[in-house]
Design a protein around this ligand. Sequence first.
Ligand SMILES: *Cc1c(COP(=O)(O)O)cnc(C)c1O
Length: 382
Amino acid sequence: MDKWGDIYKSIGAKPIINAIGSVTLLGGSTPIKEVKEAMDEADSAYVPLMELQEKAGDHIAKLTNVPSAYITSGAGSALTLATAAFMAGDNDKLIQQLPDTRNIKNEILIQKVQHYWYDRCLELAGAKLVEFGSDNKTTKQDLENAITDKTIAVHYYAVEQNIDPNALSLEDTIEIAKKHNLYVLVDAAGQVFPLENLGKYVRMGADIQCVAAKYIGAPHSTGFALGTEEAIHKLSLQSFVGYEGRRIRGVGRPQKVDRQEIIGCVTAVERWMSLNHEDRLSKTEIMTNKIVDKIKHIKTIDVTIINNIIGHQPFGLTIRPNVHADFTIEDLVQKLKSGDPPVWTRKSLYAPEGDDCMDIHMFGLNAGEEEIVADRIVDALK
Ligand SMILES: *Cc1c(COP(=O)(O)O)cnc(C)c1O
């Protein structure tokens, strides 16, 4: 560990300990060793990328039990390319017209209760988000009422670790959308565990399910779309490779992936599907408990273990200042950040208003760093 962060220091950037989890803000994730080795091997030759994308997609589709798949520049790009695919289809003239959507159906419906941070990716290719439902509930009728002759697709944000009982379910969304001949797009970026969730929404009837490969040990910049033959074919026509590969300029050109990244992504999916997940979960639980054991005696905070194994970020803990505390979570965040090395945490983004707390996740911690995080919290609250 004596080389920890030296490469960043050499150009004057300050490395940090990441106790937040998988956030792009801090570099997101670290590709695993097998992935880096495979990426190095990919250097040995050039390969036509149209063909590589097709073969890589076939491979991922087989592993995840869906008809078709395509590797993209993150789940964000998969969302954008999917909307472009829905709007322009396989019409090269329309493909080259986007993001100008004149005379193209361009409305994508999203439940008001499901508005979220990444929905901006759905508008990049020219689509327009149209809300349905109210601030606190969505009904089937709300969806029926929102459909117009400009509607092209319905979006659904899958968060199985925290299902919103007031949201319209994916089952109902698919049923109504299909009755009206609309595409269904699912952001399932973090739904990488249990393994059956990879591809499940497509098997339920969605046209495209977007996954973030940053969560499974691939290069942080990759992701993939899983879907029907038709939808994934249309998505592939929007890809950056089409610029030269087909001499057709889709919207995907600024969202490039390297051949090394494509190989890295396939390798990550392969390894994820055959990984011993009990072992992965148990290691994460042990790290979580180490922190909890060291800080649970602190009188000014309440510490709870997060009892979740769904998705990409199992376990972790929540720290909440209690009635004895004379500090806020923001004070604690700043204190941890100002130490050496800085420990980055943040106020929980998902806690209700007024609930001042922080979640700590193991995802971004190197082996042993959990001890440092715990010691630093103890120090900060002395
Ligand atoms: C991370 C994430 C994205 C964006 O994925 P990238 O691979 O970073 O582009 C989209 N949606 C959700 C829910 C995510 O967690």
